[in-house]
Ligand binder design. Sequence first.
Ligand code: URA
Length: 241
Amino acid sequence: MTDAPQGERLQKVLARVGFGSRRACEELIADGLVTVNGEVAELGRRVDPEVDRVAVDGIPIGVRPGLVHFLLNKPAGVVTTASDTHGRTTVVELVPAEPRVFPVGRLDLDTEGLLLLTNDGDLAQRIAHPSHGLEKEYLAEVDGEPSRAAVRRLREGVDLADGRTAPAKASLLSPNLVRLTIHEGRNRQVRRMLEEVGHPVRRLIRVRIGPIADPRLAPGRWRPLGNGELRALERALADPA
Ligand code: URA
């Protein structure tokens, strides 16, 4: 009796996570673009997707069986924790209960907008870590009309109790509406920055996490991230702006 070949054919794994037909995936392998555990893979290679680290063009394919990645549009009044002792609705109650997922970073109780939830601890840690500098874009409705000088302060850095904020992207979209893009993740950072320049936030919505945006996702709704989005996220983490 011969031993059964171990694992799944590499081109089949790549095709499943969205790199095109098996034929196209064979070409990626033949072109030397695919690595397994850091080494260029040969055609005919078999892998265990649970164990082996597969990357295409240096970017991990990321989707291991059993891992899920959800994008939620969090409504105001929903708390970003896995369980709330005050009986309030939590973000994990808005997505499927199985497999168990946890939020990546947090949005304040009253902040709305995009939040990732996953059981992929490795990806979550890299997204949340400030060293990766993943951009997060917010729309803030504020009190008063920020002057040009106020917008410039937001861009250049604002002195907060926990230190000066890093340079950010800021623009005034209409008299009370600021678009602010930051890549740090300090507690209540956007609210504190705007408060500090004299324009407290009335409503705050996160509209983008790195390459992930979805203006059509309604509040309270969620969807899985697509393979292309996961790859874009990996690329953004590998190559911060
Ligand atoms: N900044 C804030 O002030 N609140 C959030 O929820 C997210 C970023």
